[in-house]
Design a protein around this ligand. Structure first.
Ligand SMILES: CC(C)(COP(=O)(O)OP(=O)(O)OC[C@H]1O[C@@H](n2cnc3c(N)ncnc32)[C@H](O)[C@@H]1OP(=O)(O)O)[C@@H](O)C(=O)NCCC(=O)NCCS
Length: 142
């Protein structure tokens, strides 16, 4: 069955939360963490933001979460994850392609993202992202 992309919904919250918590790329200040279920619920319900899931035969195998800031027309691609067993089949490409198509439709052209290391730059360059280099990321833990 072909991979199907659709918006994430209430029913996906628990599985997205569980998968995100396990992904080492999403660790923050060396601590394994992810958005809470309540945060995901509000995010998926947002009319501005774009949260997409990839499904194989009804099972979630990947997701992409983007924040859209309407006043500035800026989108921040926050999380992209493909299940380890589903990697290498272009599922990430399908999610990014669908995300960028929605942003284009809405005339949002400035899109930025962070990667856990520079080795993923080549992956995102194929979609027109350019590694902007020497920014220092600062974060204040809650
Ligand atoms: C990054 C990730 C989403 C990729 O998803 P995927 O569906 O497995 O992607 P694929 O392996 O099918 O790669 C698709 C294409 O990108 C290429 N690619 C993969 N990694 C690459 C890299 N580092 N540099 C350049 N190209 C790369 C592949 O060769 C493939 O090209 P092809 O179609 O010409 O063969 C997945 O590995 C993942 O979930 N990683 C953990 C979370 C993470 O790091 N997320 C990104 C930061 S938020």
């Amino acid at each position: 069955m072909p991979i199907h992309i659709r918006r994430l919904a209430e029913v996906d919250i628990a599985v997205v939360h569980r998968l995100g918590l396990k992904e080492p790329a999403f660790a923050f200040q060396e601590v394994q963490c992810f958005w809470t279920e309540d945060q995901l619920r509000a995010w998926f319900a947002s009319q501005d933001d774009i949260c997409l899931g990839a499904y194989d035969d009804g099972a979630l195998i990947g997701f992409a979460l983007t924040v859209v800031h309407i006043p500035t027309g800026k989108a921040t691609f926050e999380n992209l994850l493909v299940l380890p067993e589903a990697r290498g089949q272009n599922v990430g490409d399908l999610l990014i392609g669908a995300m960028l198509a929605i942003l284009r439709e809405r005339r949002i052209f400035y899109v930025c993202l962070l990667t856990p290391n520079a080795s993923l730059s080549g992956y995102f360059e194929r979609f027109g992202f350019r590694h902007e280099g020497a920014f220092a990321w600062h974060a204040r833990a809650p």
